[in-house]
Ligand binder design. Structure first.
Ligand SMILES: [Zn+2]
Length: 224
């Protein structure tokens, strides 16, 4: 019996440190760590999110849209300067689930690289984490990611902010806290609901002894 327990223990460690896969939607279940991720920025509202994160001494991961990085370079720099993880959310935020242009794989590639270049030009950071819009993670996207040394990161919990109040969202986020959770949130001018509960949510995570880390820290990922 003892042998079986020891074996299972090591199995768990192996699973959590394995880096062979490139697609993730949560982290290791053995440690009390979670990651906050913000999609779709930089925007005007980014400054308010950064202020809350700074006040709470928390680092998050921002999946940036290349075209918005070009439009809001100072905000992109502010995210990087504050020590948050900067990641790629493609250039134009195309929904590849419904895309029916000619060469889809070439378009995915173009969207990834154009955004990478914009982010590199403005922040001097070479991204290696990508979240495709709407969590697109079909094999064509995974292959493009693999080709360019990217990890594809989705989420363990996110909610449809258009249909919910801030109170309802807060309640759902709280109930979805677990070891290794990756929370999807939005950095969007149209969605300021997150600002109403983010600091309370962080307080609660800290009170429950969760360590809030970036995606590469949660998943133990480095440039391939
Ligand atoms: Zn998005």
């Amino acid at each position: 019996m003892k042998k079986i327990i020891v074996f299972l223990f090591f199995m768990n460690i192996c699973v959590c440190t394995a880096q062979a896969k490139i697609f993730y939607y949560d982290g290791c279940k053995n440690v009390k760590k979670i990651a906050l991720t913000f999609d779709d920025g930089p925007n005007k509202v980014t400054k308010k999110i950064l202020d809350i994160l700074k006040r709470k001494s928390v680092r998050a991961t921002f999946f940036l849209v290349g075209a918005r990085v070009k439009a809001n370079p100072d905000m992109a720099k502010a995210i990087a300067f504050a020590g948050h993880e900067v990641a790629n959310h493609t250039y134009q935020h195309i929904n590849f689930y419904s895309y029916n242009g000619k060469d889809k794989t070439a378009k995915i590639e173009e969207e990834l690289l154009q955004s990478e270049n914009a982010i590199k030009e403005i922040t001097n950071i070479k991204t290696f984490l990508v979240r495709f819009p709407y969590g697109y993670s079909k094999s064509d996207a995974l292959e493009v990611a693999r080709k360019y040394g990217y990890y594809v990161i989705n989420w363990s919990f996110g909610c449809d902010w258009k249909k919910m109040t801030a109170e309802e969202m807060y309640d759902k986020y709280r109930k979805s806290v677990k070891n290794g959770a990756i929370f999807l949130m939005h950095d969007l001018n149209e969605n300021t609901k997150v600002l109403l509960f983010l600091s309370y949510f962080i307080d609660e995570l800290k009170k429950s002894n969760y360590e809030i880390v970036t995606i590469s820290e949660l998943l133990n990922l480095k440039h391939i």
